[in-house]
Design a protein around this ligand. Structure first.
Ligand code: TRP
Length: 460
């Protein structure tokens, strides 16, 4: 087995590069597609509130923990645990992460493929003159057709593979840096248009006024809490080693805590803005907030149609959304690739190719979940739904639980302090609080949400 000499590993060039690349991983379809769809299915305001609590109390500490593990080990998630805890089973967390990476890419790249279809529709002015109902039918027809979703999925996987096989620095950093601020700006303009629709107020109340009566109906609340936790993990790219891998590329001098806080805040801001753009339209045009994973693709074209410059605007928006998705898929594929290269001794190009081909087999079924394979289902979920639910709500929080437990109970305060203070060069007055969270609060909270989510334990 050939091991890569650590000194020859790529690393992020600048401090801004670290934040940009991590934010590039975190910010993507999770914010703009998944957040509104899951929030819409789970009652809006109450979901948002629980989500925010989870991001702050659990998300940020888990993100810091991944950075600590990655940067101190300088390896992929599997290798990192093997190095930091030799002869112990902790490396299984890394294996689970690689499995999660397969599952996530197989459905995430399918959604990214929908974005490519909508870039195409923007170019040919395909939304023009269609009523909100017709726009909905247009999306359903596209998705049930199966051929196009599968082709776009493959195109997207190909683009991801191309960039990952080119290597870390040139591949990722360059793209992430310039694009995210532009996306933020476009999203902001969309929000302004959305809130000026007649009837927009109901959408804003839905998102910002928690309706705690959902907790009265216990079954609903149970699902909601688990969904909020899963969404927090998914959106922040935590729980499967993506940020262990990225942490391993972070410069020894950079401040891990401020990076985690900055990225988490930016990520949350974008998700909330996406909600502000979507829900007013949902309510103004009588769409069902609990529509599901097609919500955003049925809603956004309505805004584009009803604004000046909608043609160019929708084109720009979907291009940037596609690029935001690309900086995320890159980070997921990177986990699998780094594992194949460093643990199985493959060269980078071959590693990328094998990972991409095997993920594409699974993705073939996922992308055609509403067409050819609509009959494959498990408790009401199609292939897509199964992968989406299992990875976000089960594998990621479970990974997160084990990651904080590792830091809190195995790795220990000494080594944590060395990493967080960048070997004593930074002030770290918060370490006691952080250690308390990773030892007790985060693991217990995640465990309770699990037990509750599976009906084994009741909060009330
Ligand atoms: N966080 C990304 C998004 O919101 C998706 C993503 C990238 C991801 N890497 C991940 C999700 C790792 C879970 C785990 O679009």
């Amino acid at each position: 087995m050939t091991r890569i000499d650590p000194s020859s590993r790529d690393s992020f060039g600048t401090k801004f590069g670290v934040i940009a690349a991590t934010a590039g991983s975190a910010i993507g379809l999770g914010n703009i597609w998944r957040f509104p769809y899951v929030a819409g299915e789970n009652g809006g305001g109450a979901f948002l509130l629980i989500y925010l609590i989870f991001v702050i109390a659990i998300g940020i500490p888990v993100m810091m923990s991944e950075f600590v593990i990655g940067r101190s080990a300088q390896l992929n998630p599997v290798g990192a645990f093997k190095k930091l805890a030799p002869g112990k089973p902790w490396f299984l967390i890394g294996i689970m992460g690689v499995v999660a990476a397969f599952m996530i890419l197989a459905f995430y790249a399918a959604v990214a493929g929908w974005t490519l279809e909508y870039i195409y529709q923007s170019v040919v002015n395909g939304f023009k003159g269609k009523s909100p109902q017709e726009l909905g039918v247009m999306f359903d027809t596209f998705r049930e057709g199966s051929v196009r979703p599968v082709i776009w999925f493959l195109v997207f996987m190909g683009m991801t593979a191309y960039i990952v096989s080119a290597g870390v620095k040139d591949g990722i950093e360059k793209y992430a840096k310039i694009l995210m601020p532009i996306l933020l700006f476009l999203l902001f303009i969309l929000c302004i248009r959305a809130v000026t629709f007649k009837g927009a107020g109901a959408g804003l109340s839905f998102l910002f006024k928690p309706d705690f009566s959902i907790f009265a109906n216990f079954r609903d609340a149970t699902g909601t809490i688990l969904e909020a936790l899963g969404q927090a993990f998914f959106s922040l790219s935590i729980g499967m080693g993506t940020l262990i891998t990225y942490g391993s590329y972070i410069n020894k001098k950079d401040n891990l805590a401020t990076t985690a806080v900055t990225v988490s805040l930016a990520d949350t801001l974008i998700a909330v803005l996406a909600g502000v753009a979507i829900f007013p339209v949902v309510f103004a045009f009588g769409i069902d907030a609990a529509e599901g994973e097609d919500l955003v693709y049925k809603t956004l074209p309505i805004i584009f149609q009803q604004m000046t410059g909608g043609y160019i605007f929708s084109l720009m928006f979907f291009v940037l959304l596609g690029l935001a998705a690309l900086t995320s898929t890159i980070s997921v594929l990177e986990v699998v690739t780094a594992y194949f290269v460093e643990e199985l001794g493959m060269v980078r190009k071959k590693a990328t190719l094998i990972a991409t081909l095997s993920i594409s087999v699974l993705g073939f079924f996922t992308a055609a979940s509403w067409g050819w394979f609509t009959n494959i289902s498990l408790s009401g979920k199609n292939v897509f739904g199964i992968l989406d639910f299992t990875s976000a709500n089960i594998l990621l929080p479970l990974g997160g639980l084990l990651i904080v437990a590792f830091i809190g109970w195995y790795f220990g305060r000494e080594r944590v302090n060395t990493e967080l203070s960048s070997e004593g060069n930074l002030k770290t007055r918060y370490v006691s609080v952080y250690m308390f969270i990773v030892k007790f609060i985060a693991p217990i909270a995640i465990a309770l949400v699990f037990l509750n989510g599976f009906g084994i334990f009741k909060f009330s």
